[in-house]
Design a protein around this ligand. Structure first.
Ligand code: SF4
Length: 120
């Protein structure tokens, strides 16, 4: 079982099924609510962190984003500028407990070269 080797692929190419318009609409709706609905996806809450890159309509998860908090440390190694308070989806990556529809027969991470796909 591999582990994170700080290669930064996941932070520079976040794959979401939601379009920028959907994320923005849901985020604006969430901002007007009085309390956080536990059933409301965290994906919508991280909308301000995301920079839309491009869409690939022939992929299952066609929307590609980059995180504004991705950075590099003093040695040039990929890093997260908000690491202690990063969202749950970042802490949990690439494990998606409770998401039953994902195909678990392939590589653990969708990113080629990701440390989680390494044999160690
Ligand atoms: S919040 Fe940090 S860990 Fe999460 S995608 Fe952004 S840079 Fe990566």
């Amino acid at each position: 079982m591999g582990h994170c080797k700080r290669r930064g692929y996941c932070c520079q190419d976040i794959l979401l099924a939601e379009s920028p318009d959907t994320l923005r609409t849901a985020y604006e709706f969430w901002k007007k609510t009085k309390s956080i609905d536990p059933n409301f996806s965290e994906i919508y809450l991280i909308y301000p962190m995301l920079v839309f890159k491009f869409e690939k309509s022939d992929e299952d998860l066609p929307y590609h984003y980059r995180c504004k908090h991705f950075t590099r440390d003093e040695n040039g190694v990929p890093a997260c500028s908000i690491h202690p308070i990063r969202p749950g989806m970042c802490r949990d990556f690439p494990y998606y407990e409770g998401v039953d529809h994902l195909d678990r027969s392939g590589p653990l991470s969708p990113y080629e070269g990701c440390g989680y796909n390494d044999p160690d």
